[in-house]
Design a protein around this ligand. Structure first.
Ligand SMILES: Nc1ncnc2c1ncn2[C@@H]1O[C@H](C[S@+](CC[C@H]([NH3+])C(=O)[O-])CC(=O)[O-])[C@@H](O)[C@H]1O
Ligand SMILES: O=C(O)C(=O)Cc1ccccc1
Length: 244
């Protein structure tokens, strides 16, 4: 399959509109996320590894903010426990429509998947062994984040896990500056121009709100998770696993 190149912010825009997961983004999303998030492919494949270890027989696995279902497909390929299913949720109709097409191409008999177009806040989380928030919490309004993590904790079985990947912020200006600069270098090395980088940054400003690693760790603890581990970090992109 040829991958469509992301050029959404390549030409100067007269007016900056907030970033939205619409048809235009969906059409280039695999290219956009791969060129923008350091370690994205590695994170996806290791979500499969973690799910294979922690999925429990007869439980649900959730992929919240699934986009095109990359984490879902990685989990689906690896989970071997009987009677599991995956519930993949996204509130972008364009993402779910394309995600369903990609899922239909994956014809190997394996774990059943349901792709749901809904706000993740409206989806019940129950009898869960694996919950994935792969770069999704950063788009949830900060005031709603604790309640969501508490609801995930309540829906997990003992021994179940939450995988939480996020772009992170740093409280010390010098450290924040370092990571932002190096991330921009990463994007430049992947073919984005300075204009694309700066226009996308403005479009994301009101929509994607990163927090510090300690903010995430403290929230996980406050929600009841007594164990969490940073298993991935590259520049200002990190992934935690928390075990109930
Ligand atoms: N309230 C919400 N309810 C449901 N979905 C939401 C909500 N808010 C945002 N989304 C969805 O969360 C996704 C975030 S992208 C996740 C990548 C994916 N996890 C991946 O592993 O490829 C991350 C990124 O692009 O940086 C988008 O598809 C939104 O529509
Ligand atoms: O592109 C960026 O600068 C990011 O921080 C990551 C990202 C990737 C895909 C959609 C939105 C944000």
């Amino acid at each position: 399959m040829t991958r469509k190149t992301d050029a959404i912010y390549a030409a100067p825009l007269k007016e900056m509109i907030d970033f939205k997961f619409d048809e235009r983004v969906v059409a280039v999303f695999p290219d956009m996320i791969q060129r923008s998030v350091p370690g994205y492919g590695l994170i996806i494949s290791n979500i499969g590894i973690l799910a294979a270890k922690y999925a429990q027989a007869g439980s649900h696995c959730y992929d919240l903010g699934c986009s095109l279902g990359a984490a879902t497909l990685a989990m689906r390929q690896r989970i071997t426990q009987p009677d599991c299913d995956i519930i993949a949720v996204d509130n972008s109709p364009a993402m779910i429509e394309r995600g369903r097409e990609l899922l239909a191409r994956d014809t190997e008999p394996s774990v059943p998947v349901t792709m749901v177009c809904a706000d993740l806040q409206e989806v019940a989380i129950e009898n869960a062994s694996v919950v994935v928030l792969n770069f999704t919490l950063q788009f949830v309004p900060p005031a709603q984040r604790l309640a969501l993590i508490q609801r995930i904790y309540a829906g997990l079985r003992p021994g179940g896990i939450l995988i939480l990947s996020e772009k992170i912020a740093f409280s010390e200006p010098e450290r924040q500056h370092f990571h932002v600069e190096v991330h921009h270098d990463f994007k430049r090395a992947n073919g984005y121009s300075d204009l694309e980088i700066s226009q996308k940054r403005s479009a994301l400003e009101n929509v994607m709100i990163p927090e510090t690693l300690s903010c995430h760790q403290e929230r996980l603890q406050a929600a009841g998770f007594s164990f969490s581990e940073l298993w991935f970090q590259c520049f200002n992109f990190a992934s935690l696993v928390a075990i109930k």
